[in-house]
Design a protein around this ligand. Structure first.
Ligand SMILES: Cc1cc2nc3c(=O)[nH]c(=O)nc-3n(C[C@H](O)[C@H](O)[C@H](O)COP(=O)(O)OP(=O)(O)OC[C@H]3O[C@@H](n4cnc5c(N)ncnc54)[C@H](O)[C@@H]3O)c2cc1C
Length: 603
């Protein structure tokens, strides 16, 4: 079977860079240790090998679809929901009393990386179910928890998040789905939701939708949005399931992730759809954000994992494909020499290193972010705010960098296959199509960039960005202790100063009240800052690798650690310098994209 992930890489980040076992000193995770984490990860890998990877292509060729009023998905989804429920994967991070395994988010994210590398469509079904159940656990009344959560985390019922409407995508403040209070305290729900992932299929007995809607008379805008649990089938007083007037009107046909259904749902067409409020009225968006933040890390990891699987396919192909001769041995003129494998051509090695730099850098960032989540939730009280700030500022980056640069990575991987990359005989074209959605759902790149520059940079008077800089300075100091790494540490130090300069420059617009100018190039800012953040991840990994080589306390072959240092150097030579052109654009006095500056640009 083809290789789709390196477990050694994953373990290196978890155990040697992050020292994930330290989490076991926290009360919340005291029942775990390094070995139990490894056993769980191995179980996911075995499952990925046996069940998920073998149907990856099949799910693309036999896509989810709408037929005779039903959504048809691959039968493996039935087995997956059942197995995930039985293994405790759906509610793995929930507390014991809520039926969970009380596992750190870091380990859950690492497990997701394995599963998503094996098959990027399947884990969405359980991921959304777990996310929806988590919202009910955190904000729902006990009765709602008892009614829904056990069946959801057992994989018997599915879960979704229903935000998007035809006229309200990025701008949720325009949503119009409505809720009317019933005499019994429940609500009558009316409205339509589109693009709902995992929204309907025959392999669960019920589907539990977490729906954003406006209570009759609520204020306009985001402050009038509430969150409801709306089951496809409600429970009668005798305990049976009856239809709750939730109709599936269709399934969107897509360019990628074809095995993952994307439904159009209609609530309350017959005026008989019941929903139950969770959290406070008009505070629904704040509750939903909890799920969305987790989902953003998850989308980032799906992108990083899809690109990881593509990298392994490219690597194998590059080793096996003979083509051309080394320039060193006379190139094409040397007819007597056997063809060399393309992996020996510098341009192919460059593309492979680019893939490795992007994918491993992304995985490292996502695991870091998840660890900050664990520390923000269960770490020492006096440090919770710090970790929360770090998580806040890194979340839009952790979603966007893997989504955007993962696509670049796969594009280069496809190039390695030459013409075969374009053909369905090889998996790269599928990975290329599959990853395209990651920069769109869970907030487009444009919206994530507005969040980063418009909200996160300025939050708490710049506290989050200050804390992130502090973390980077610590890593720079640690790397500077090694002669070989010192030049790279200096390069990152300069890059971080350049970022500060750009922020100060842009803030002048915000302070003068020109907010549109401040955020007009937010996406370029995202490009610059995320490049620096990934460089930081690489410097951290290279420092651990270098230290390990010197002490000789190696878990893997020495070349494994040397390759970490090599890939860091690649990132600093080929990728990090790109921040200079971002800086030039961001500091340029020209303003070309604001309507009033060039009103006739598209006339
Ligand atoms: C396969 C798939 C699965 C999905 N799953 C779900 C799901 O499970 N649940 C759910 O609720 N939704 C889901 N979505 C919806 C998804 O989150 C939205 O498509 C996305 O948020 C963008 O909204 P939109 O499509 O309406 O695009 P628009 O909001 O119309 O955006 C179009 C373009 O305009 C830009 N833009 C919009 N507003 C601004 C602004 N203020 N400033 C700058 N640029 C702006 C955007 O960045 C984008 O480039 C899914 C979508 C797809 C395609």
């Amino acid at each position: 079977m083809a290789n789709y992930i390196s477990m050694d890489n994953l373990r290196f980040i978890l155990h040697e860079v992050l020292q994930v076992k330290d989490l076991c000193q926290l009360e919340q995770y005291k029942d775990y240790d390094k070995e139990s984490f490894d056993i769980m990860l191995d179980a996911v890998k075995t499952y990925g090998d046996k069940v998920m990877f073998p149907v990856f292509k099949e799910m693309d060729e036999d896509p989810a679809r709408y037929e005779d009023g039903k959504v048809i998905v691959h039968p493996v989804i039935g087995q997956f929901m059942k197995d995930a429920g039985e293994n405790g994967w759906i509610g793995s991070v929930f507390n014991y009393e809520d039926g969970g395994l009380q596992l750190p988010s870091t380990i859950q994210t690492a497990s997701a990386h394995i599963a998503q590398s094996a098959n990027n469509s399947m884990p969405g079904y359980t991921g959304l179910t777990g996310g929806a159940a988590h919202l009910i656990v955190n904000f729902g009344e006990q009765k709602l928890k008892d009614t829904y959560v056990p069946n959801m985390i057992a994989g018997k019922w599915g879960g979704t998040m229903c935000l998007t409407e035809p006229q309200a995508g990025s701008s949720l403040s325009d949503l119009t789905s409505a809720a009317f209070l019933n005499d019994d305290g429940s609500y009558k729900i009316k409205g339509q939701k589109i693009f709902i992932s995992g929204g309907d299929h025959e392999y669960v007995d019920n589907m539990i939708h977490l729906v954003l809607a406006r209570i009759d008379g609520a204020p306009k805008g985001t402050k009038g949005i509430s969150l409801f649990v709306v089951p496809k089938k409600r429970i009668t007083s005798s305990g049976d399931l009856e239809n709750n007037d939730v109709i599936t009107a269709g399934d969107f046909q897509k360019m990628g992730q074809k095995g993952y259904c994307t439904t159009h749902l209609v609530f309350g067409e017959k005026d008989d759809c019941q929903g139950w409020l969770i959290g406070d009225a008009n505070r629904g968006l704040a509750c939903m954000f909890q799920m969305m933040n987790g989902a953003r890390i998850d989308v980032g990891m799906t992108a990083a994992s899809t690109a990881t699987a593509a990298y392994h396919a490219s690597l194998q192909y590059a080793k096996e494909r003979p083509q051309g001769r080394r320039i060193k041995s006379g190139g094409q003129k040397n007819k007597d020499e056997e063809q060399t494998s393309i992996i020996n051509h510098p341009d192919v090695r460059r593309m492979l290193l680019l893939q490795r730099a992007i994918t491993e850098g992304s995985v490292s960032l996502l695991l870091h972010a998840s660890m900050y989540q664990d520390l923000a939730d269960f770490g020492p009280d006096e440090q919770k705010e710090k970790y929360d700030n770090l998580l806040e500022i890194l979340t839009p980056i952790a979603k966007t960098y893997p989504s955007e640069m993962g696509r670049v990575s796969i594009n280069n991987g496809l190039q390695i296959f030459g013409g075969y990359g374009f053909c369905t005989d090889f998996p790269l074209e599928q990975y290329y199509r599959d990853i395209r959605i990651m920069a769109l759902y869970e907030g487009t790149t444009g919206i994530q960039s507005l969040d980063l520059l418009g909200r996160k940079i300025v939050m708490k008077n710049g506290e989050a960005v200050k804390q992130l800089t502090k973390e980077m300075i610590e890593s720079i100091k640690a790397a500077s202790a090694f002669d070989e790494l010192k030049p790279y540490a200096d390069q990152l130090k300069n890059a971080s100063k350049e970022l500060e300069e750009v922020i100060m420059h842009l803030l002048q617009y915000a302070m003068s009240g020109d907010h549109e100018r401040y955020i007009s190039d937010a996406t370029i800012f995202m490009e610059m800052m995320s490049n620096i953040v990934i460089a930081w991840q690489w410097l951290k990994m290279a420092t651990v690798a270098k230290q390990t080589i010197i002490t000789g306390n190696t878990t893997y072959e020495v070349t494994f650690y040397e390759n970490k240092v090599l890939t860091m150097k690649y990132f600093f030579k080929y990728e990090l310098p790109k921040i200079k052109s971002c800086k030039e654009t961001l500091m340029s006095p020209d303003c070309l994209t604001i309507v009033e500056k060039n009103e006739k640009a598209f006339s």
